[in-house]
Design a protein around this ligand. Structure first.
Ligand SMILES: Cc1ncc(COP(=O)(O)O)c(C=O)c1O
Length: 390
């Protein structure tokens, strides 16, 4: 069956197409003015000093760990109810992932359990703002201060989310030592593939710029409009440390810059889609919609993931919807239960909330331009599928 209603869909307007086309009319396809403009806009939006664009959210997480010096013998606390990249990068720097359980409502790391899991080896807490619901950053900041550990925010799913008491709320991504965003096409804004790391410390920013660019000396890199003319004369073939190619191309940056400029509208569209689902799915016996109003939080809708009635077969519901061309997603399969992690020492700790919640989660089609008719179709199909005899 072909997919008629996809799980996610990018929202590309003429403005993005024009910006990308304009890049193609130049001869500067990397490390140019679009990179500078996108980074400056990201930093300004979050009220932080530095934004460093990279080739993916995963690359950003990897660099964030490296910049904090996390390595062999260190422990990093993180959720298992998350996208697998968060754990892979911890292994890639040879540190030990310590999975901690989540709160049942926000689905974010439970601060009390995080504090219990801290040991002398703990170097960092990787706080994921799951599904765009901001985590309790006051609690994590306090834990970090008390135990002298670092905070990396994984805000890949949470561009535009806010936490704190009004009027001094702050955006997700402006709290941690470093914060990471991802711009895969299912995200609030997309660059195709891409990501960014935000930070306040200039030394961190400098190191990020070096590591993403093969360890080149960022002070010897011409950037922006000047880059092409002076590249040969600058330190292009001078490397001050081993690095990576985690650069983000100009085309992607142009796309990101325009998408970011439309963010308020995008967030409003997504909020409206979530509101319509809430209304359509109210009163389905046993079905739990995602939280909508949470104290001290402004949600940035990434996915609309419901909890199916206890005892209903998610596999069956999914295949009933698939038969009607409606895509759904099992967000998330706990990392510690994934085949790749079987037998791994980090996967041994039981996580009762994660294990109870995850099998019930079903992400429904969710994208900016979703029509009321499409949502009605999804709601009707879902209601019918959950009411089938077990
Ligand atoms: C919470 C979280 N972290 C990290 C990533 C990785 O981002 P990317 O796919 O851009 O590497 C994702 C992507 O889905 C994510 O949702």
């Amino acid at each position: 069956m072909t997919v008629r209603i996809p799980l996610a869909a990018p929202d590309i307007t003429k403005a993005e197409i024009d910006a990308a086309t304009a890049v193609l009319r130049t001869s500067q396809l990397s490390l140019g003015p679009e990179l500078e403009a996108f980074e400056a806009a990201l930093a300004k939006y979050h009220g932080v000093d530095h934004a460093v664009a990279v080739s993916s959210g995963t690359a950003g997480l990897h660099l964030a760990l490296l910049v904090l010096g996390v390595g062999e013998g260190d422990e990093v606390i993180l959720p298992s109810f998350a996208f697998i990249a968060v754990a892979n990068v911890v292994l890639q720097v040879r540190a030990t992932p310590v999975f901690v359980d989540i709160e049942p409502v926000t689905l974010n790391l439970d601060p009390a359990l995080v504090e219990q899991a801290i040991t002398p080896q703990t170097r960092a807490i990787l706080v994921v703002h799951t599904f765009g619901v901001p985590a309790d950053m006051d609690a994590f900041a306090e834990i970090a201060r008390r135990h002298r550990v670092r905070i990396i925010e994984d805000a890949c799913e949470a561009l535009g989310a806010q936490f704190g008491d009004s009027p001094s709320t702050r955006r997700a991504g402006s709290f941690g030592d470093l914060a990471v965003f991802g711009f895969y096409p299912n995200k609030q804004i997309t660059t195709g593939e891409g990501g960014a790391v935000l930070c306040r410390n200039p030394a961190h920013a400098r190191r990020l710029r070096s590591l993403r660019n093969q360890g080149r000396n960022p002070d010897r890199m011409c950037m922006g409009a000047d880059a092409r003319g002076c590249r040969e004369a600058s330190g292009w073939l001078e490397h001050i440390e081993p690095g990576y190619n985690y650069r983000l191309a100009e085309l992607a940056c142009a796309l990101g810059r325009v998408q970011l400029s439309r963010l308020e509208r995008i967030l409003a569209l997504r909020d409206a889609v979530a509101g319509r689902y809430d209304a359509l799915l109210a009163n389905v016996p046993g079905l739990e919609p995602p939280p909508r109003e949470l104290p001290r939080r402004v949600i940035s809708w990434f996915v609309y993931a419901v909890r199916l009635p206890i005892g209903s077969s998610r596999e069956r519901v999914q295949s009933e919807l698939a038969l009607q061309g409606i895509a759904t997603g099992c967000y998330f399969s706990p990392i510690h239960l994934q085949p790749a992690w079987r037998g791994h020492a980090s996967a041994a700790r039981p996580l009762p909330v994660t294990q109870a919640v995850a099998p019930r989660m079903l992400a429904l089609p969710f994208f900016n331009r979703m029509t009321a008719n499409q949502q009605q179709e999804v709601a009707d199909a879902l209601k019918q599928a959950v009411s089938l005899p077990r």
